[in-house]
Design a protein around this ligand. Sequence first.
Ligand SMILES: [Zn+2]
Length: 479
Amino acid sequence: MAKQKKMVEAITSMDEDFAKWYTDVVKKAELTDYSGVKGCMVIRPYGYAIWENIQKDLDARFKKTGHENVYMPMLIPESLLQKEKDHVEGFAPEVAWVTQGGQEKLAERLCIRPTSEVLFCEHYQKIINSYRDLPKLYNQWCSVMRWEKTTRPFLRSSEFLWQEGHTMHETEEEARQETMQQLMTYADFYRETLAIPAVIGRKTEKEKFAGARETYTIEPMMHNGVALQGGTSHYFGDGFAKSFGITFTGRDNTLQYPHQTSWGVSTRMIGAIIMVHGDDNGLVLPPKVAPIQVVIVPIAMHKEGVLEKAKELADKLSDTFRVKLDDSDNSPGWKFSEYEMKGVPLRLEIGPKDIEQNQCVLVRRDNREKTFVSLDNLTEEIPKLLQAVHDGLYEKALANLKEKTYTAHDYTEFLDIAANKPGFIKAMWCGDVECENKIKEETGGVKSRCIPFEEEHISDVCVCCGKPAKHQVYWGKQY
Ligand SMILES: [Zn+2]
């Protein structure tokens, strides 16, 4: 009986239709599936394994700086949510409510957490009494729900996975340090683990988190020039503490309010990985979060000794790396395409001729470069190649970020760039929300991304209204 030839289906090219390309990759790399509830996604094993690797890395970073994990309930009584005015106003439009338990209608509606500030505050109110109880450095890994109208896997979904850190401090200075430390933890994680460069800075008043005094953000650029808010860190001051009556007896024996922060990143990061590194052959995964770092493909598998040798290598290498041996009866060509689609950083090919010469071929996913490596040197050579893939991905993403960042000196130039060149625009701003609104309206959605920590002086006046400029801002469209 003739064997049926299995084909890896082609995907839409990025340049032809970026949105379609994204959906194709998510589906064909088996990251998610749709569920019966619009906006809620099934994260399949390969997608979830990426999230587990992200979690492991970040969790270790959080614990190293003294944070502890806790778990809060998923339901919030309406009265509790309403305790902080700005916060409830910010979240009310996208909250899902539970109104019935079993057969009975509830006396008070319960919201499914869109974020957990109020739950942490209610708890902190009970356990913080003295300066000796501070700081409290808590983090939670959970899912949250925000009722979204338009959804896309990982980028915008009604339910998504994230971590939310909520901390309380004795002084403003300490809380501000925490806010900045966590922002930098995210920036390092993006660079060192995800191989993604980003613009970092402070959000404007209009774009900051509901109830926060200041919001800081990581803004990576996707391959097509669109921004993704990659992670945020907020300084709250003592606003929530006052609303929730959280007080402590200070070192001078007076009653004081603690200073608060919160910070979070979510499964959106997987969307960033796809859109920053992916290409027309599918996913390209940064080695540190790739569920499979090396896939072993035996060549001429039926020849004596080949499969045995491949198994021996898989056994040996899986002590150090995440390895998969594909000994299925699909053709080597099919396997090459399949693992390219899945973004596996390195492919190890081994056939009869290689075995004769005590070597194998290693192929990089990012640039398809081939290296012949002696079987005796694999444990030394693989880490070098994985690092080379990481560095190659970072350099390519950085080049894209630089290439698609433009400077606008006046409004005509700003509108021209916004209409014709997808990417970030550097321009001066007066500080007024009216200019942000006007720009957003007249450009079809360009928003302020952030005020960078190191501002450039482009001109003396606001690019939009011509009044004296207060800041240099990064502008851009976002997912
Ligand atoms: Zn202005």
